[in-house]
Design a protein around this ligand. Sequence first.
Ligand code: HEM
Length: 441
Amino acid sequence: PRLPAGLPWVGQGLEYRKDPLGFFLRYADRGAVVRTRFVGTDIYLLNTSEAIEHVLVKNFRNYPKDAFQKRALEAVVGHGLFTSHGDFWMRRRRMMQPAFHKNLLTAHGSVAVKAASTWMASRREGASFDAYPEMMALTLDVVAETLFGANLSAQARELGRAMEAVMLHAQHLFDTPISLPAWVPTLGQRRFRAGLRALHAVVDDVVERRRRQGGPGEDLLGLMLEAQAEDGEHLTDAQLRDECLTLMIAGHETTATALALSLYLLARHPDAQAALRRELATVLGGREPTVADLPSLPYCEQVVKESLRLYPPAWGMSRVAEQDDRMDGVLVPAGTVVAWSQWALHRDASHFPEPEAFRPERWADGLERRIPRFAYCPFGGGPRLCIGAGSALMVIRLVLATVLQRIHFEAEPGPAPEVLPAITLRPKNGIPLVARRVSRQ
Ligand code: HEM
């Protein structure tokens, strides 16, 4: 179906801008492919697993990332793994993939447990705190150590501010199809440039130190430096920096949002929190978890899956058709942008009865195998499945398993926290929680 034309030229653009999450939800049951027009571009909304599978898997080569995303993200991380397509993308992916190999993920696990224990030690009994910035600091520590073998805690504040400025500008580029040229010194541009300079300075420093340190590449940076030294792939220093920045930005805020909202959901559902704590007590008996314990903690996994269902940090995705294509009987002309939203897909009552309810148990008995492939896709899918998915899932589960054994979380009664569908989903006004020590029996 085609939606009513909306305003001349702008089309549905304004309706979308007012409430992007509501927009996708509103049109979710209008058919597999819903044709809309935004500010001079045809955008087709995809509402079924089959349509998304067509784009991400079956006709993958025809669907690179679209100009909206590229414009916003290339300004920050250049032309690299996240923004490229085709052979270029494939070579980068092959080069970076080994850093996410299972054996190395075990090392990521112990870094996460250490970071969670340090964080716990700083809690004051009964004190309220905002889980969002706290989890941002925690995941920055994890990302810095696992990717770069570096400790960036001392620069956390400066990095946080720089990342905020850079992402605000990327969001602006994403939202406004026409903006002033980059050389016009608006306040936003100046803040963006200063933020980017600060990020570059930190990453350049990390790369330089890692290069001097030498040795085999256990962390991602080590592996990339090795690849750079070999003949197969020549990354310039600027390209290497951009790839490091890509991973830092892609991995840090998303994981923090998932953790903060998991803590919030557990705080609001004391039964689920108690069930998780019982599982942890039975399996771990008070000791720190390791990666090897994860298969024995199914409820912990269900909690994380359910939290990523309700609050998918990557709340929407899009691509552009390079050549004419056909989907569900609908012609998709070359140049059409196709878009879908995990926020809406994950609220489809035919796969998730009472979709707004937090019910980790729904994932028991292999729900994931019973629903269509892309009915649940917090990490995207196909060849471009999130490269950090395994690491993120492990880090989130291990952090929860570490802190929930010792800390009971409470939330104020009231409506759910507002979330902002920026480039990633993020809490609008933080996640206020209270931490209490769990009394030992
Ligand atoms: C790609 C989600 C954590 C690095 C993606 C995509 C999604 C996603 C949906 C696909 C985007 C697309 O194809 O348009 C998430 C979520 C995370 C998370 C929800 C945490 C809960 C991480 C971590 C890292 C990372 C920890 C790195 C350490 C990347 C990279 C890509 C990517 C580099 C691009 C891969 C490619 O195009 O080949 N992520 N991510 N992500 N993610 Fe993640």
